[in-house]
Design a protein around this ligand. Structure first.
Ligand SMILES: *Cc1c(COP(=O)(O)O)cnc(C)c1O
Length: 327
């Protein structure tokens, strides 16, 4: 850790290890399965869940330099990065997909980013899609970063540092769970979780995007972070409900039922889909009686996350989604 790196633990006081909460939920208990909620949503009020785990190592590496990162108009990662900048006193730039947003009032999520001091730069979708191309990135940096030497954090915050940070999640579950389930957007969390789990435990990822590209992405991140594929992990691609931020009445009914049974507000873009998938797998007999399943609660609801609120992204495609086409 560079000497000038901020002492994140002292500055931000994360609640780690995150709490584990057993819940009695009929679809699980009736089949002899123990369900635990791994409450990563409680790690930090402004950097909840995997956003803390992924950002913390990047903030250490930045060592106080300005941060530049990428996201869609409703990105949890952009909000978390902006909050980190405010709390640590470092400058942040958010490169937002969609230059048509530049002339409009900010949605609540971007307004939060701006209020936290993040400079927002809107780029057209074609450029955004190619942002990992070094030439395109250099152009974005030249046009947007007044700051010179910046720490560039990829979309969704997922890079090798982030995946290594998420290995702690797996380590915290050592001796607790046979199966750990997590929702996947860019797969940095799954890549790290699987690497940190003890032998004999397995990780189960539920992509919230269409396209089936996250297995390759998980492998790419594990290669970068750990030198190769590691841990026992798999993806179940059946529970994206049409794509990023899409929902169905069935998913809404499920989420409302779970919320009512357990008094816990569910984040709908990721967490609700993962719990739906896990519940479906339990019903299919995917878990032997006696299995302990930990569902990672990677975040909590924000008003701006709710599909159906005003100023939704365009209906076609996968609006705020981490972009599969970028590599
Ligand atoms: C960002 C996010 C995810 C996705 O994590 P990845 O590492 O991108 O797969 C899951 N859940 C919540 C609540 C998130 O905000």
């Amino acid at each position: 850790m560079p000497p000038e790196a901020p002492d994140l633990e002292a500055a931000l006081r994360p609640r780690l290890p995150s709490p584990v909460q057993p819940v009695e939920d009929e679809p699980f208990t009736s089949r002899g399965i123990r369900l635990l909620l791994k409450r990563d949503d409680l790690i930090h009020p402004d950097l909840p869940g995997n956003k803390w785990r992924k950002l913390a190592p990047n903030l250490r590496a930045a060592a106080g330099r300005p941060l530049l990162t990428f996201g869609g108009a409703y990105s949890n990662h952009l909000r978390a990065t902006a909050a980190a900048g405010r709390l640590l006193g470092c400058r942040t730039t958010g490169v937002v997909r969609g230059d048509e947003l530049a002339g409009r009032p900010l949605n609540p999520s971007l307004a939060r980013c701006a209020a936290d001091g993040m400079r927002l730069v809107f780029v057209d979708r074609a450029t955004y899609r190619r942002k990992d191309d070094p030439e395109v990135l250099a152009r974005i940096l030249a046009e947007s970063a007044q700051d010179g030497d910046v720490q560039v954090i990829p979309e969704g915050g997922s890079n090798a540092l982030a995946a290594r940070g998420c290995a702690d999640l797996g380590r915290e579950l050592d001796g607790t769970a046979d199966v750990a389930a997590v929702a996947c957007g860019t797969a940095g969390t799954l890549a790290g979780l699987a690497a940190g789990l003890p032998p004999g435990a397995r990780a189960l990822g539920f992509p919230v995007l269409r396209g089936g590209f996250l297995a390759a992405e998980t492998e790419r991140l594990q290669l970068a972070a750990f030198g190769g594929r590691t841990g026992d992990w798999s993806l179940d691609e059946r529970f994206h409900f049409g794509g990023y931020a899409r929902t169905t009445p069935e998913l809404t009914r499920f989420a409302e039922g779970f919320e009512a049974r357990h008094g816990l507000a569910l984040e709908r873009i990721y967490v609700a889909k993962m719990l739906f998938g896990l519940t479906a797998l339990a019903a299919e007999g995917a878990f032997a009686p006696g299995t302990t399943v930990a569902a990672v609660i990677t975040g909590r609801p924000e008003p701006a996350d709710r599909p159906g609120t005003s100023d939704r992204p365009e209906p076609a495609g996968q609006p705020d989604a981490p972009s599969s086409s970028s590599r």
